[in-house]
Design a binder for this molecule. Structure first.
Ligand SMILES: Cc1cc2nc3c(=O)[nH]c(=O)nc-3n(C[C@H](O)[C@H](O)[C@H](O)COP(=O)(O)O)c2cc1C
Length: 197
């Protein structure tokens, strides 16, 4: 009664959605990822800076280059997924601010002139966008397998040699395969996670 979203959508996005570890061979089309993006782009970010960049890893060569930087089971899992994306922060997101936040065109050169300020804000806001991206994947009837178990410095050298993008999450995407999910781990109850002051 407290939620506006219908119960089937609640299940699709949250209750029945889990992190997938295996996938079927069914391909994931660019159009599906574009449809996901066209929802997810409405996520709020500070000054609408929108620093998340999405790299679709499709070719066998690119897959192998990515997996060279994977830790443990993340490698085989990634090689077997129909699509893998690298999520990264555009460290030069400020260049687009005059278009994305026309109300304050000067912040490109005031707030965000320093690389360290851009990295801190960009990382926070791209991480928020990544959460929305996972939900968007679920909204497309697909499952996501997010992973931080990669050597991201190595991934950056491999794919973003110019130093302008910093990767922080690799996500396998597809229809869940056999034994795709680990048993659901418990979650904190509201009273443990929330406080009223
Ligand atoms: C930021 C992030 C990093 C993760 N890194 C890995 C990883 O490197 N390898 C892996 O197998 N699972 C990884 N996971 C999956 C989590 O363990 C999983 O989402 C969590 O236990 C919840 O599982 P559930 O969706 O089945 O409830 C990661 C998840 C997130 C959100």
């Amino acid at each position: 009664m407290s939620l506006a979203l219908d119960p089937a959508a609640q299940d699709l996005l949250f209750r029945e959605a889990q992190t997938a570890n295996t996938f079927t061979d069914e391909p994931v089309a660019d159009e599906q990822i574009q449809a996901v993006y066209d929802l997810v782009k409405f996520a709020p970010t500070a000054f609408n800076q929108s620093p998340l960049r999405i790299t679709l890893v499709r070719s066998q060569d690119a897959r192998k280059r990515l997996v060279n930087h994977a830790m443990g089971a993340n490698g085989p899992k990634t090689l077997a997924a129909p699509l893998t994306v690298i999520l990264s922060v555009d460290l030069d997101f400020h260049e687009k601010l005059p278009r994305l936040f026309p109300a304050l065109p000067d912040i490109k050169d005031t707030y965000f002139s320093e690389p360290a300020a851009r990295e801190a804000a960009g990382t926070q806001n791209a991480t928020l966008q990544a959460g929305y991206f996972i939900l968007g994947i679920r909204a497309a009837g697909l499952a996501a397998g997010p992973m931080t178990g990669f050597d991201f410095a190595g991934v950056d050298k491999e794919f973003f040699g110019d130093g302008k993008q910093k990767s922080f999450l690799v996500v396998n995407v597809g229809k869940p395969g056999a034994d795709a999910f680990f048993p659901r781990s418990p979650r904190l109850e509201f009273a443990e996670a929330a406080a009223t002051v």
